[in-house]
Design a protein around this ligand. Structure first.
Ligand code: HEC
Length: 99
């Protein structure tokens, strides 16, 4: 039982380590507008993404991909082109872990 717990712990740790560098790479280009910690209002208009829940972040990104969003959604549509749902989840998790 104890062994199983340790194995689970290590596996979970390895998974989050694997997700992090990928998300770091995926969010590199976001910093210019959103800030390194997603603490800024992008171009003075977006919400502070860091203050959104992970769920809200994923939904917003999925929306932009479909062309749904605020008045400047066109900018974000270009940003998320080529990203998939797993990327969005990794990004949201990464942003929330950065606090
Ligand atoms: C060129 C500047 C720019 C870049 C680069 C950029 N964004 Fe944005 N982002 C914006 C703007 C402007 C908005 C508000 C768009 C709108 O009107 O809905 C926004 C909105 C968002 C929102 C929703 C916030 C809200 O107001 O509802 C999320 C989440 C987000 N961006 C994440 C990202 C991620 C993740 C990346 C990198 C993959 C990224 N952005 C790159 C400018 C940018």
């Amino acid at each position: 039982m104890k062994k199983l717990a340790i194995v689970t712990f290590i596996a979970a740790g390895a998974l989050s380590l694997m997700a992090a560098p990928n998300a770091a790479k995926l969010t590199q280009k976001c910093a210019g507008c959103h800030g390194a910690h997603f603490q800024k209002k992008a171009l003075g208009v977006s919400k502070v993404v860091k203050n959104m829940t992970a769920d809200e972040i994923v939904k917003a990104l999925e929306g932009y991909q479909k062309g749904i969003g605020g008045p400047m959604k066109g900018i974000m549509k270009g940003q998320v082109a080529g990203y998939n749902d797993a990327d969005f989840k990794a990004i949201a998790k990464y942003i929330k872990a950065k606090d």
